[in-house]
Design a protein around this ligand. Structure first.
Ligand code: PMP
Length: 359
């Protein structure tokens, strides 16, 4: 039998698959999706127009260099165009970074729990994951992460704000960590939720990368900019890393629709960032209400909140779904709940209040 099936890499055996946030069920009462940290606002008319404009020529390949988008990003973030690279979502860029740095025998360090793609893309690369538990306060344990570095370490993911806990790392703490990491180890600062940060003490990767050639900042258009369905993210890093990202890119991976929508989004940034302000105001309201109900909610700088529920996690997710909101359970650990429309947040809060009494 075995000679009749293609030989697949052993690294793929027992690999957990990426579990997308559950969608709203079509037959049940659940009608709000708070399971994927998406932006609840529909596309801005101007951004939608850019996509329909680009759609008129989708018989052609997109601009492989993403020149317009890179120029726009270079101006917006005041970084040289050579320091920028785009990819199919920031998860696509993260996978390219692994392809560029790590393979069998190498080690990749990240906090756990953190973004669930890290173990998957590390395993695909053939490298070994080294998971460093979060602190009791649900924060990165940067000392333990620096202690975990060996001569086999090739890449370290630092997710700030962290998915799913929402906690973000203060600047001086991150600098101290970066000073401890050998300069030939790539540190990826995954800032997918950066636009939701309001605490000024939180590190800004774009300030930190400038004099550190081993630091790469990952950003995305999926969250604050609301383009999750179009798949476009980008990295900011010094030239050798940015050049490696161009080499490992899937040719034409970022569609013209995505490129044009990203450019239009940067040009409509004021309107989009006002929406982010509204979501941050909702985040403050939701976190305060949960604390009033007696929950321990880690300080969140992202567009979601984290509730540690242990073995009641699945029950809680079920109660939310029956009430009309789909949340993201991590069985045995806790639930991550995206900040959505005020009415969705209200349903979640009511459910949380009732559930709290059963704990
Ligand atoms: N990084 C983090 C921390 C995330 O939470 C996500 C999305 N869930 C991503 C990266 C990937 O986002 P995208 O590929 O849509 O840019």
């Amino acid at each position: 039998m075995s000679e009749n099936v293609p030989k697949l890499r052993a690294a793929l055996d027992d690999m957990p698959s990426y579990k997308p946030g559950k969608r709203n069920s079509s037959d049940g009462p659940a009608s709000y999706k708070l399971s994927s940290n998406e932006n609840p606002f529909p596309p801005l008319p101007g951004v939608l127009e850019s996509v329909t404009g680009a759609a008129a020529s989708f018989n052609r390949y997109p601009d492989m260099a993403c020149a317009d988008l890179l120029n726009e990003l270079s101006t917006r973030f005041d970084v040289p165009v050579e320091h920028l690279a785009t990819g199919t979502g920031s998860v696509g860029v993260a996978q390219q970074l692994l392809q560029a740095t790590a393979g069998p025998g190498d080690e990749v360090i990240y906090a756990w729990r953190s973004f669930e793609a890290y173990p998957i893309i590390t395993q695909i690369s053939g490298a070994t994951s080294v998971r460093v538990p979060l602190t009791a306060g649900e924060e990165h344990d940067l000392d333990a992460m620096a202690d975990a570095v060996t001569d086999r370490t090739r890449l370290i993911f630092v997710c700030t704000p962290n998915n799913p806990t929402g906690t973000a790392i203060p600047g001086p703490e991150l600098e101290r960590f970066l000073d401890r990491v050998p300069r030939d180890v790539l540190v990826v600062l995954d800032e997918a939720y950066r636009e939701f940060v309001r605490d000024d003490r939180v590190a800004d990767g774009l300030a930190l990368y400038r004099d550190r050639p081993n630091v790469c900042v990952l950003r995305t258009f999926s969250k604050a900019y609301g383009l999750a369905g179009l798949r476009v993210g980008f990295a900011v890093a010094h030239e050798p890393v940015a050049a490696a990202l161009r080499k490992t890119a899937v040719p034409f991976g970022v569609s013209q629709l995505a490129q044009d929508a990203a450019v239009a989004s940067l040009r409509s940034e004021d309107a989009l960032l006002q929406r982010v302000d509204a979501l941050v105001a909702e985040r403050t309201r939701v976190a305060a209400a949960l604390r009033d109900q007696g929950w321990t909610v880690p300080a969140t700088e992202a567009n979601f909140v984290w509730l540690r529920l242990g073995d009641r996690t699945t029950d809680f997710a079920g109660a939310c779904e029956r009430a009309g909101v789909v949340v993201r359970p991590f069985a045995g650990e806790g639930a991550r709940v995206t900040i959505g429309e005020p009415e969705a947040n209200d349903i979640f809060l009511e459910t949380a209040e009732t559930f709290r009494k059963t704990l």
